[in-house]
Design a protein around this ligand. Structure first.
Ligand code: HEM
Length: 537
């Protein structure tokens, strides 16, 4: 008796779904009994009371009553599309991931989202955008769960509930921060100044993309790629849109939110339907996997820092094309479940404390959102690789497992002591040394610089972009009720740039403070002239 996992239709789980939700020529109950009337309840006479006996009535209304599932705790509003990823093969030297070998085509599902608004909120609000990609590879699912901004608000996942609570609608009025009081958001980001750089990206034109087709995407964290010999390279993932990066101006965003709250969702679906299939190149910045995991003085485990592309160019490794809209929003866009821990052989995580917390959070929230632990069986989440796991039963189980011994080794189900090695395509965690053996809550000292990359970003902006940024800070900080928060906001801006601080201070009618850190003008890095430091592929 070979142990197997099969669906009720006899297919191995992981195969595409065979069942079609609506089939047959007649309307039926959920259990297949033919109906003759779905418009009138069963009554004691044409004008009489409705009978409890009416199973069809009760089934129809009960099912309707339970149609809604909880929306995502963050990234609730999303739009998605199917597509294909074609690998150039340029990363094959540094990873054994089979889908990154030359010419391999992998089906993908991509969900774009805003972070803070609820499912029905407007598309064009100022916010970070999610850019989550599910690669259905032959070796299992790989999810690249990224954003359109390359850094994050916080350095440690333990603060994630706090930053989200600070930015979500007010607890008493349920009014979104974006349209009313802004005090808790600005209170948080001015007290937790590691958020300065991400907030600056939000206040820039990147916070209001023109189209989902015109956004960059970033894996944010540093990942570890593992080659066929076990050698490792640290990388940061980047999506570069073929259409270029374009933004709305604030007035356009405001008008679009009013006249067409579905502006981005419509644009994506219309473009794909019209055959204008959006494309992104996936690229990596590569860094040697040194003991300290630093590159040119930048801590690669700090998710509030970028590595400037002048220091490590983005090297293209494949092309993503989105070519089909979902046919059912609920079954696909709503039920898809991404997870940073969905990895394939050749791609590993790092010790970034934000990334490590995410590895716990996603499956935990999805157990609530998708009603139990069996959501990997939902069609949109199913891997295209064969599944032979030892998970059994649970809410919403749809597989019928065979065999009697869901443990390994066993002497009953064919006696198969099934343990795969790297040669069999198994996932092997790279045996990186754990750097410290003391228990500590403190972060590394290299996490303390909260302003110099924000200044670098500001200095790289054109004059119109600077005007937009100053206007955005003036508008948003101007919405705070608490003067102390506005003043603290100005103290943060003083540490980015004097001109920015003075412009916003004038708009707020407050004095411009002096910086509390030394404002260094970034010099061209000596590394730029050192060929070979960035590991060309
Ligand atoms: C959802 C990105 C940090 C918890 C999402 C989604 C994206 C995303 C794109 C939407 C996925 C979808 O379309 O379904 C990121 C990025 C982060 C980050 C780029 C930092 C670099 C965190 C952290 C936590 C977290 C630190 C928690 C400790 C969640 C949760 C969801 C979510 C609970 C909802 C998932 C669901 O209901 O399916 N995130 N996130 N995220 N994120 Fe994050």
């Amino acid at each position: 008796r070979a142990p197997e996992t099969v669906s009720p239709t006899g297919q191995a789980t992981g195969a595409p779904p065979a069942a079609v939700a609506q089939s047959g020529a007649y309307l039926t109950t959920a259990h297949g009994t033919r109906l003759h009337d779905t418009d009138h309840s069963l009554k004691a006479g044409p004008r009489g009371p409705v009978l409890l006996q009416d199973h069809h009535l009760r089934e129809k209304i009960t099912h309707f009553d339970h149609e809604r599932i909880p929306e995502r705790v963050v990234h609730a509003r999303g739009s998605a599309a199917h597509g294909v990823f074609e690998s150039y093969g340029t990363a094959a030297r540094i990873t054994r991931a089979a889908f990154l070998a030359e010419g391999v085509r992998t089906p993908v599902f991509v969900r774009f989202s805003t972070v803070l608004g609820s499912r029905g909120s407007a598309d064009t609000v100022r916010d970070t955008r999610g850019f989550a990609t599910k690669f259905y590879t032959d070796e299992g699912v790989f999810d690249l769960v990224g954003n359109n901004i390359p850094v994050f608000f916080i350095q440690d996942a333990i603060k994630f509930p706090d930053v989200v609570h600070a930015a979500k609608p007010q607890p008493d009025r349920e009014i979104p921060q974006a349209q009313s009081a802004h005090d808790t958001f600005w209170d948080f980001v001015t007290l937790h100044t590691e958020a300065t750089f991400h907030t600056l990206w939000n206040m820039s034109d990147r916070g209001i993309p023109r189209s989902l087709r015109m956004m960059e995407g970033f894996g944010v964290h540093t990942f570890r790629l593992v080659d066929a010999e076990g050698g490792t390279t640290l990388v940061k993932f980047h999506w570069k849109p073929k259409l270029g990066v374009h933004s709305l101006v604030w007035e356009e965003a405001q008008i679009a939110a009013g006249v067409d709250p579905d502006f981005h969702r419509r644009d994506l679906a219309d473009a794909i339907e019209a055959g204008a299939h959006p494309q992104w190149e996936l690229g990596v910045q590569t860094f040697p996997d040194t003991e300290d995991q630093m590159f040119q003085g930048i801590d690669l485990l700090d998710p509030t820092k970028i590595v400037p592309e002048e220091l490590a160019p983005v090297q293209p490794i494949g092309l993503l094309t989105l070519d089909a809209n979902p046919s059912n929003f609920f079954a696909e866009t709503e039920q898809v479940a991404f997870h940073v821990g969905h990895l394939v052989p050749g791609i590993d995580v790092t010790n970034d404390a934000l990334m490590q917390g995410r590895l716990f959070s996603y499956v935990d929230t999805q157990i609530t959102r998708l009603g139990g632990p069996n959501f990997p069986q939902l069609p949109i989440n199913r891997t295209h690789a064969p599944v032979n796991d030892m998970l059994r039963d649970g809410m919403h189980q749809t597989a019928v497992h065979r065999g009697v011994a869901p443990y390994r080794p066993n002497s009953l189900d064919g006696g198969c002591p099934f343990v795969a090695g790297a040669g069999d395509g198994a996932y092997i965690e790279s045996p990186v040394p754990v750097p410290e053996s003391r228990k500590v809550r403190d972060a590394a000292a290299s996490f303390d610089d909260h302003f110099s990359q924000a200044r670098l970003f500001w200095l790289s902006m054109s004059e119109p972009e600077r005007e937009h940024i100053a206007a955005a800070y003036s508008f948003e900080l101007g919405k705070c009720y608490e003067k102390a928060i506005k003043e603290r906001g100005l103290r943060v801006l003083a540490n980015i740039d004097g001109e920015l601080c003075r412009t916003v201070a004038e708009a707020l009618g407050l004095p411009a403070p002096e910086p509390t850190v030394e404002l260094a003008d970034p010099q061209p890095s000596p590394a730029l002239s050192q060929v070979g430091r960035t590991w060309p592929l």
